[in-house]
Design a protein around this ligand. Structure first.
Ligand SMILES: [Zn+2]
Length: 406
């Protein structure tokens, strides 16, 4: 088969300039040469005459982003402006959200595509999305998101969590969770075993039963505060160990880590590390943030997600993971090069420099180096997915952003 090649010239990383050649039929990088060998391209000696050439002009390489906590089915992008109400109680907020989502004229799939296009155009190539299921809405959101996953296969790597937002026990959602996992959800979700389900152990055990039954990982939303939260995390780690699920369970948010003593966080962090439990944070700035540095130093795997983007909980957020990483680093006081570089590991699954055989997924920005790119989070000049230009200011008229925000 004839190869369709894209050559991106003069991309900067590690203080040098490189030319990348991407085979668009497979979406993978097939060669990386220092720009010093550019004379070969100019002479036409390497059969690249038919290639699409993009001149990067020294723009800096940014690896593909991973957004590990998002809700594709619950945002309002592309819908008329919604006036929100302040959060008072979780049950009250859940009722408000259910009403708002029920009134939307567009389905979950259509809205999911808007958010995916926005994320792709900003350089995100992997996501973990929580998708609401409960006895009232059944699998209506999930079925649409599963279809959308097929549409975006090859461009967006999607993990799907079946999420009993109304409370796994509280809303008697175990049966619909089983249907969701049978239908294709990858992870068992859960939320506030104390605050919402009112029975910590029973709620956690119900999650782990589902995980065992479907050989599925587990990702728990945990807003329960202080020692209520840390007790829940402690039990979650015990159950992960008992189920032999090291590396396949996660606690999202874990705000409680920002509300107890450092000594307690350190002790629990060691247990999380020993049992392979990850922490997913949205780098909150409206409440105490978990001490991410302490968790990382204890060896806990930490990932970052956007979580709220213009939804019934919050009007904030834009899906830009480089900005989210910058916010996390700034809020954590990370001014040293080492920590700026470490931040990439929280917002990306890929190394800071590409290699032959990788997918051609990356962004290009005006920056002096990788530290500067993280600190400044500049606009994307170009975003490539499998070697195809899909976003950034070089993208024709940047129409995706305009469409989504119009
Ligand atoms: Zn969430």
């Amino acid at each position: 088969m004839e190869k369709q090649l894209t050559i991106i010239k003069n991309v900067k990383w590690a203080d040098d300039l490189f030319n990348l050649t991407i085979d668009q039929t497979t979406g993978t990088i097939i060669s990386i040469e220092t720009a010093a060998t550019d004379a070969e391209f100019a002479s036409g000696g390497t059969n690249h005459k038919e290639a699409n050439v993009f001149e990067a002009g020294g723009l800096h390489y940014v690896p593909p982003m991973a957004d590990m906590h998002i809700h594709l089915d619950k945002h309002f992008l592309g819908e008329p402006w919604k006036t929100l109400q302040p959060f008072v109680t979780l049950p009250g907020q859940l009722e408000f959200e259910k009403r708002m989502l029920g009134e939307l004229p567009t389905g979950a799939g259509e809205r999911a595509k808007r958010l995916l296009d926005l994320m792709l155009s900003q350089g995100t190539a992997k996501i973990r999305t929580h998708v609401d299921v409960d006895p009232q809405i059944g699998l209506s959101h999930l079925e649409e998101i599963l279809e959308v996953r097929e549409l975006y296969r090859g461009r967006m790597d999607m993990e799907i969590v079946a999420f009993p937002q109304q409370g796994l026990l509280r809303s008697e959602s175990a049966a619909v969770m089983r249907q969701a996992l049978r239908a294709g959800a990858d992870y068992v979700g859960g939320v506030d075993p104390a605050g919402l389900d009112r029975r910590v152990d029973a709620s956690l055990e119900a999650m782990f039963e589902l995980g065992a039954e479907f050989a599925a990982g587990i990702d728990l939303h945990l807003h329960d505060p202080d020692h209520l939260g840390t007790y829940t995390i402690d039990r979650f780690a015990d159950l992960t160990e008992r189920a032999g699920m090291s590396g396949r369970t996660a606690v999202s948010h874990a705000y409680c880590f920002g509300q107890v003593s450092e000594a307690e966080v350190r002790s629990l962090a060691e247990k999380l590390c020993a049992n392979g439990v990850s922490i997913m944070t949205s780098a909150p700035i409206d409440r105490p943030m978990p001490p991410i540095k302490l968790l990382l130093e204890a060896g806990v795997a930490v990932h970052v997600g956007s979580d709220n983007i213009l939804d019934s909980w919050s009007p904030f957020g834009n899906g830009d993971m480089l900005s989210r990483g910058s916010r996390l680093a700034e809020a954590s006081g990370w001014v040293e090069d080492h920590w700026l570089l470490e931040t990439y590991k929280l917002i990306s699954n890929a190394p800071l420099t590409p290699k032959v055989g990788d997918r051609g997924d990356f962004s290009l920005v005006h920056a002096l180096n990788a530290m500067h790119a993280l600190a400044a989070a500049p606009p994307r000049e170009a975003v490539f997915s499998g070697g195809e230009l899909v976003g950034g200011r070089a993208f024709p008229t940047s129409r995706q952003m305009a469409e989504i925000h119009s």
